[in-house]
Design a binder for this molecule. Structure first.
Ligand code: SF4
Ligand code: SF4
Length: 342
């Protein structure tokens, strides 16, 4: 396992991080086995969030006795001082530790949210106070808008950023990663499979690993998944493979969605999942998660073409800051379902 300093944070962390978001969906013993096996094999960056159901409690229950062996990152999605302060204390208690290494302000996608967080009485004040008290060591931020994150980190309030980087979403490479490199911040990428839509899996895992980041968080729920992820991280990425992966990201990610969730569809179509999966579906077919998604949303996808209020102007497209052709992509997905008989 490749280990390197997390930018100016200087802790030596493994290039593969354990994403604990989905652990609440599996039996506790399985979750504990996966976490302990990961630590045994040198994965020492554990990422969770107060919002991931009882993920923090699972960490407390299964690996808190090994606390010195890992870097612990969690998140708060509270925006005001009082609630963020209470949530930090609750996270410490749930994870059975007296110190969190990194607290990330979670899922910040709107300017007004960021302003609230940074204003007097905002969540950042609670994070700073917790840092002074030794409850946390560093403060980071996570979000789905790399362009906004680039602006927000410029004043130096944050030590680390957690951002999307995958074959469908290479956007952090444009400005965000160069800015973080210039500021020597911790660069942590997430969602290599974007929720199970991106394949081939080996290429999807190796793409972020080929870029200038410190840690890639992969969601894992079993010892087998930990083994699979480690196997894909064992060999460094050479220049030839990097170029091939970058070509694939340009081909498959050029038009794609940031998952900012600004858009909504009155019919209930999960537009980001359709957008992210569309080019992969055409080139490689669907992973089980993608198959389930399309089967479950068949009627909704087929109804887009006849939805009267969107005939003149698609309601979703009015809301997309990147002017993506969502109606067209949704209707191509419907045509795929008809062609494939799904
Ligand atoms: S164009 Fe289709 S996807 Fe977009 S809001 Fe209308 S029905 Fe939903
Ligand atoms: S389609 Fe546009 S608005 Fe919707 S989530 Fe993606 S980037 Fe955001």
């Amino acid at each position: 396992m490749l280990v390197r300093p997390l930018g100016r944070l200087e802790d030596n962390v493994s290039s593969l991080g354990f994403g604990a978001m989905n652990l609440p969906g599996v039996p506790l013993t399985q979750a504990g086995d996966a976490l302990n096996y990961a630590l045994d094999r040198g994965i020492n960056y554990i990422d969770t969030a107060a919002a991931y159901r009882n993920s923090e409690e699972i960490i407390g229950e299964t690996i808190s006795h090994r606390r010195r062996q890992f870097f612990l990152a969690t998140k708060t999605n509270k925006r005001d001082y009082e609630n963020a302060k209470a949530e930090i204390d609750r996270s410490l208690q749930r994870m059975r530790t007296d110190q969190i290494d990194l607290l990330q302000i979670h899922y910040v996608n709107y300017v007004k949210e960021f302003q609230q967080i940074m204003a007097p009485g905002g969540a950042y004040e609670a994070a700073l106070e917790a840092k002074r008290e030794g409850k946390i060591r560093f403060i980071g931020i996570s979000g789905h808008r790399p362009d906004l994150l680039t602006r927000w980190i410029a004043k130096g309030h944050f030590d680390q950023v957690l951002f999307h980087l995958n074959l469908a979403q290479p956007f952090a490479l444009d400005e965000l990663i160069p800015k973080m490199r210039e500021m020597n911040m911790g660069r942590v990428a997430m969602k290599p499979l974007s929720g199970g839509f991106i394949q081939p899996i080996d290429k999807a895992i190796r793409y972020p690993f080929s870029q200038d980041i410190h840690v890639m968080i992969s969601g894992m729920v079993s010892v087998d998944e930990v083994k699979e992820n480690i196997a894909m991280h064992e060999q460094p990425v050479g220049n030839g493979e990097r170029e091939e992966l970058e070509r694939l990201a340009v081909e498959l990610g050029g038009h794609n969605c940031r998952r900012c969730n600004y858009c909504s569809c009155p019919v209930g179509i999960g537009i980001p999942d359709v957008m992210i999966s569309s080019k992969f579906r055409e080139k490689f077919g669907l992973l089980p998660r993608g198959q389930q998604f399309y089967e479950k949303n068949r009627d909704k996808l087929l109804s887009c073409a006849d939805y009267e209020p969107c005939q003149e102007q698609p309601q979703c497209e009015k809301l997309c800051p990147y002017h993506l052709p969502m109606q067209q992509v949704v209707q191509e997905s419907a045509a795929y379902l008809v062609r494939s008989g799904a």
